[in-house]
Design a protein around this ligand. Structure first.
Ligand SMILES: NC(=O)c1ccc[n+]([C@@H]2O[C@H](COP(=O)([O-])OP(=O)(O)OC[C@H]3O[C@@H](n4cnc5c(N)ncnc54)[C@H](OP(=O)(O)O)[C@@H]3O)[C@@H](O)[C@H]2O)c1
Length: 295
């Protein structure tokens, strides 16, 4: 049994809470910005009602055994406000977010040894506060090691799939290759079917080729074939599939522009690699974000 706090109970936080709930072993605390009277998660196996404490004030949180952070990447500073109360001594913090900078993002607030970066693939959306719809299995990747093993053990007995990998950096950059191309959906306000257009697919290839070059410079092992595989993957999705960046744009929420495309530009600069496709995507997305928020 472990006491696990989840900071950020949206789509991913809700899916993680349901996985922990079905193990039947853990005490769960949901850390949210608004009261969450109940959390119901529709999973492929049926409906899970999560029995949990809910805390809305970081000052009132109690120390726990594990913290899982599932906010958007741009909410790191606000998420960190929970750590002083939740983390006593060596409490590990799993950062379950997209991107390749899990450690950098939380290094100002936590001992690096206690941060566990997690890559997650899980088709899930929040339908309303406290109602989450998980449409498929949750697959996670973590670094091989003691913390990764403890994290995986938290979910044993659930149907979450957790892979321990010796090459986390390649796994994270591979996922970023997929996410970086997703910018085109957000830019055009069109779902995955947009990649069936040849001109759009060519731009997507350019975005991913840059991601591969920068990822390799960062130490990731990425095949040349990835760019075409990413485009083929989007084309194989139902044409009306909406990625989370497009969902954020449509809901007038901030988008994870920096974590998904900005990082390619920033890290590219540090290696002297030019990234014009991603640079243009970032500039256009930022302008879109500013325009939609001011409307
Ligand atoms: N959804 C997916 O299918 C999916 C798949 C793979 C990876 N990811 C990644 O997983 C991460 C989480 O994404 P998501 O889709 O779950 O986002 P989400 O549905 O927007 O949920 C994020 C939650 O964090 C909460 N939050 C923000 N700041 C907080 C704070 N200071 N204290 C407590 N709660 C706070 C938000 O609360 P409010 O309701 O108050 O805004 C929201 O409920 C992202 O990095 C995303 O890219 C998502």
């Amino acid at each position: 049994m472990a006491h696990v706090a989840i900071v950020g109970v949206g789509a991913i936080g809700g899916a993680l809470a349901a996985l922990l709930e079905v193990t039947g072993r853990h005490q769960i605390t949901l850390c949210t910005r608004r009261p969450l009277p109940q959390l119901t998660v529709k999973t492929p196996e049926g409906i899970v009602i999560v029995r949990a404490n809910n805390v809305t004030d970081p000052a009132l949180a109690e120390p726990v055994d594990w913290v899982l952070v599932a906010t958007k990447t741009y909410d790191a500073l606000a998420a960190a406000a929970w750590f002083p109360a939740l983390c006593k001594g060596n409490t590990p913090v799993a950062v379950v977010q997209n991107g390749v900078e899990h450690r950098e993002r939380f290094a100002p607030y936590l001992n690096n040894q206690r941060i566990l970066p997690v890559i997650i693939d899980c088709p899930v959306e929040r339908q309303a506060d406290g109602i989450v719809h998980q449409r498929g299995v949750a697959q996670m990747k973590v670094e091989t090691g003691a913390l990764g093993g403890e994290f995986a053990a938290l979910f044993s007995g659930s149907n979450g799939q957790i892979e321990l990998t010796d090459d986390f950096i390649s796994a994270a950059w591979r996922k970023l290759c997929i996410n970086s191309a997703g910018a085109l959906s957000a830019l055009t306000a069109k779902p995955a079917g947009v990649m069936r257009d040849e001109a759009m697919a060519e731009i997507a290839l350019g975005i991913v080729v840059e991601c591969v070059a920068v990822g390799r410079a960062e130490g990731a092992h990425l095949d040349d074939s990835i760019a075409q595989e990413v485009v083929d993957g989007y084309r194989a999705q139902p044409p009306d599939s909406i990625n989370s960046m497009l969902a954020d744009r449509l809901a007038l929420r901030p988008m994870e522009i920096d974590a998904r495309n900005g990082v390619i530009v920033r890290k590219g600069e540090s290696h002297g690699i030019k990234t014009p496709f991603n640079r243009m995507a970032v500039a256009l997305l930022r302008m879109l974000g500013e325009t939609s928020r001011s409307q």
